[in-house]
Design a protein around this ligand. Sequence first.
Ligand code: AHM
Ligand code: MG
Length: 335
Amino acid sequence: MNKPLGVTVIRHIVDSQRLHPEATGDLSGLLNELIVAGKTISAEVNMAGLADILGMSGKTNIQGEKVQKLDEFANNTIKKRMARCGYLCVMTSEEEDDIIPVEDGYEGKYTLAFDPLDGSTNIDVNVNIGTIFSVHRRRTKWGQGGWEDMLQRGRDQVAAGYILYGSSTMLVFTTGEGVQGFTLDPSVGEFYLSHPDIRTPERSKYLSVNEGNSHYWPENVRRYIDALKEKDKEKGRPYSCRYIGSLVADFHRNLIAGGIFIYPRDNKDPEKPYGKLRLLYEAAPLAMLIEQAGGRAITDDGINILDITPDSLHQRVPLIIGSKLDVDEAEGYLG
Ligand code: AHM
Ligand code: MG
């Protein structure tokens, strides 16, 4: 018998929508547009290594056109496509200071926060990077959206996910009914369901943290990390360390294989007392994903990431995220 055809992401979205007769299809439409933006970025990321050889790097390409850096390209691609998709009323990007309006006449009922290319230090070295996104329903009634539409807590997200550009391109997302993973078949340009109903292992043996910063950490964080490195057969210690410095890649590995990722507050830079990661573009969407997959995400003082109402677009937050029992244990040390 022939093998069944793979389930495309569009098929999956349409099938899920059928279970909700009240749905208007707007969220499906929004996700479809984002997926097209993701595929465009994926193609560009895959070409990046060839840019030098083909004479496309630097300020202008061989046609004399201005060449954009990959993170600018990703930001512009999402911004332009989503501004006239008709499903959004406002956006915000990790790359932009202010909120991003949509095109007049195209206002819709959702908001989008995105990190266009997370893992910026890895862009030029062929290491996994990714686009992270977070979708909320608007709070204002009509027209262009504003700050109050953007500054909503993670618990109220209607969808969240990421597109990971790596050895293969993957889309992982949730609309609050579990986490689904899709892999791009570049030969036909389609994402196929490859990781249905992802559940993250309850207990792990992997630790993802930038230990180079340990000097700047609070004492309780240091104690916890030291404990994970102790020899204790019963507890499966010492843990192995996995850290690449692209949150989206470190998170993805831990989601599938189990693990705990920590970026605590530190005193490295008085301007950034809460660590480096951003609530709206990084912590909140990944927190929704991990909860949907059976894990947990908290701050280093035990607050559930999804319960934090942001007070600014670029608010940073200490993040502990991963396998449930590991986060429970971390909480014991830190809370
Ligand atoms: P970015 O959005 O500019 O790429 O910064 C966020 C990144 C995360 O992907 C990653 O977890 C973190 O910075 C790594 O920071 P560090 O180099 O301090 O470990
Ligand atoms: Mg980032």
